[in-house]
Design a protein around this ligand. Structure first.
Ligand code: ADP
Ligand code: MG
Length: 397
């Protein structure tokens, strides 16, 4: 068994004195391209990574749901009938302050959202023990991983008969309403539906998905993640402001979402929007086009041809959306200088990680060049590791 799955199984046994009925896992994800396009009903191209979160689960014969994580020595226990009182308030006023620790709102929120989606299911109590090797808060969506693992485990245990898309929606509902983080659905879809050496092209309006072959393995390319260790927070600050700017832009341009604005419309948009709002809109509109171009380029020319699109995405986030930080800019330029095919910051911004597509045999030199550039700039040494486009939700035991 995978060592982290084993940790989840051991935690389950400590919690209950028994073995789990099953262990399910879901991966983290990296986003190849398409940043801040999801909540604008646009396009994204993420891929699942091999780092995973495991949920070991077992039935209880009462109506209690209990969650434990290697994160926290104290398990959290709630009666299933209390879940809606806990999370069912108006969006944004969920999790009555302090009633459960924030981490527990992810799995408990998934249970609540799953039951809301399949009303009148007669469900048993459940114990859930969670262990993960997805880096937390590094832009790799440990949150979607914990949601996906929990949703898949509960789907089977409670016989909910959910589709993969249902599970993704449940994860998002949990994250938006139980945790209070206003994120789109990209993370959950890419975590749950990932396929080996492929990305998931997602239309965030229709929720249609298509696997897109990456060919990284075949072409001896690797994805280097450069975690700057600069912490971001989704719940506060800049992320919400960017969303508000996008909504203002769409309203002013008379569309329901920026998805409906094309690159050709930008000239007119410039005359209607203030400078800051225009640049926020320009990022989203050009980024949508870059996602479409990346899909076409991967299919027509293969992965070595997408470098320019990745770099253009970074520049757009740095200059127009203004969500980069000096550490991310340094990571990208050092990787490119060392010969990376392409590089860009990834995730919500204001910290977290950059990714670089690198020839496998240039990996060590690239890492050394990045570490050196950080050292010269006086930044904390970044954590660098590779990720392999990997499969989505799985039953591990
Ligand atoms: P990211 O998704 O980029 O890693 P988020 O802030 O969206 O960052 O989600 C991280 C949060 O998800 C953690 O602070 C914690 O509350 C929760 N979480 C993720 N993995 C686990 C885990 N294995 N056990 C408990 N909580 C987790
Ligand atoms: Mg997250």
């Amino acid at each position: 068994m995978n060592p982290t799955a084993q940790v989840a199984a051991s935690l389950f046994s400590e919690l209950t004195g028994a073995s789990p009925d099953s262990i399910w896992s879901a991966p983290g994800r990296a986003n190849l391209i398409g940043e801040h396009t999801d909540y604008n009903e646009g396009f994204v191209l993420p891929f699942a990574i091999e780092h995973r979160t495991y949920a070991a689960v077992g039935r209880r014969d009462d109506g209690i749901i209990r969650v434990a994580s290697t994160f926290d020595p104290n398990p959290v226990e709630v009666a299933i009938v209390e879940l809606s009182a806990l999370f069912g308030g108006a969006a944004g006023e969920a999790v009555q302050a302090g009633s459960v620790p924030e981490w527990a709102a992810y799995p408990l929120g998934v249970a609540w959202a799953a039951l809301a989606r399949v009303p009148n299911s007669a469900v048993t109590g459940v114990d859930i023990a969670i262990a993960s090797d997805v880096p937390i808060g590094a832009g790799l969506s440990s949150s979607a991983a914990i949601e996906g693992a929990t949703a898949a485990a509960l789907d089977e245990l409670w016989s909910l008969d959910l589709s993969l898309l249902d599970m993704a929606k449940i994860g998002r509902t949990a994250e938006n309403q139980a945790v209070g983080a206003p994120t789109g659905i990209m993370d959950q879809v890419s975590s749950i539906m990932g396929e080996y050496d492929a990305a998931t092209f997602l239309d965030c309006r229709s929720y249609e998905t298509q696997p897109v072959d990456l060919g990284f393995a075949r072409e001896h390319l690797s994805v280097l993640v450069i975690d700057t260790k600069v912490k971001h927070s989704h719940s506060t600050g800049g992320y919400g402001e960017r969303r508000a700017s996008c909504e203002l832009g769409a309203r002013t341009l008379g569309v329901s979402a920026l998805r409906d604005v094309t690159v050709a419309d930008l000239e007119r948009a410039k005359t209607l929007l203030d400078d800051v709002t225009f640049r926020r809109v320009a990022h989203v509109v050009t980024e949508n086009q870059r996602v479409l171009d990346t899909v076409d380029t991967l299919r027509a020319e293969g992965p070595r041809a997408i470098g320019g699109l990745l770099v253009a995405s970074h520049v757009s986030m740095r200059d127009d959306f203004e969500i980069s930080v000096p550490e991310l800019d340094t990571a990208v330029s050092a990787a490119l200088d060392a010969g990376a095919v392409g590089a860009r910051m990834t995730g919500g911004g204001f910290g977290g990680a950059a990714i670089a597509v690198v020839e496998v045999d240039k990996l060590d030199d690239t890492k050394a060049a990045v570490a050196d550039a950080f050292d010269r700039a006086g930044f904390v040494e970044p954590h660098q590791f590779t990720v392999t486009p990997s499969h989505g939700v799985l039953r591990d035991a």
